[in-house]
Design a protein around this ligand. Structure first.
Ligand SMILES: [Zn+2]
Ligand SMILES: [Zn+2]
Length: 175
């Protein structure tokens, strides 16, 4: 996803369209990795004002995540679109230092990959389910309850809650 922009960057009003089908490395989420089972499609429109380049990027594909209840793999669509302004890294350091609002590119090449990965990461859904009525795992034996009931029987009442209920009852009787 490296786009040479040596010509484009100096042309005020210049624009280019690029499309890619790329294999991306798995996204690193908190405690797990999420892989792309297939290629990710990326479309980028680059606009130059002669000093900096604005990239309008759309990316989409499918991502494999674990079901939030039963942990079985689930494939979900993932899409992102973003706009990023990119500046050539100054060959001569500027007095004011680097401007944090801009992303810099080096050697007249814009590499879209890190930008796309960063924005796809933000687009990962917080929680996915293999189906709306996924029964999840038994908290006691860990069996996937979608495959049938386990022998654990109904959930016993939580003893800590029972203690709390007793305390509340005592307090009400005192007042
Ligand atoms: Zn599930
Ligand atoms: Zn069980």
């Amino acid at each position: 996803m490296k786009v040479p922009v040596a010509d484009l960057q100096s042309v005020e009003g210049g624009q280019e369209h690029h499309e890619f089908q790329v294999a991306l490395a798995p996204l690193k989420l908190a405690g797990e990795e999420a892989a792309f089972p297939g290629p990710v499609r990326v479309e980028a429109d680059l606009y130059s004002n002669g000093r900096e380049i604005t990239a309008q990027v759309k990316a989409g594909g499918r991502l494999a995540l674990a079901c939030g209840r039963c942990l079985n793999p689930v494939e979900v669509p993932i899409e992102t679109s973003f706009t990023e302004t990119l500046r050539p890294y100054p060959r001569v350091p500027q007095e004011s230092g680097e401007d944090e609002d801009f992303t810099y590119y080096h050697h007249d090449v814009i590499d879209l990959r890190p930008l796309v990965e960063e924005h796809l990461l933000l687009a990962v859904p917080m929680k996915v389910l293999c189906s709306e009525d996924c029964k999840g795992l038994c908290p006691h034996c860990g069996r996937n309850l979608n495959q049938g009931p386990c022998g654990c029987g109904p959930e016993p009442a939580d003893t800590r809650l029972a203690v709390l209920a007793d305390l509340l009852r005592d307090r009400n009787q005192l007042s």
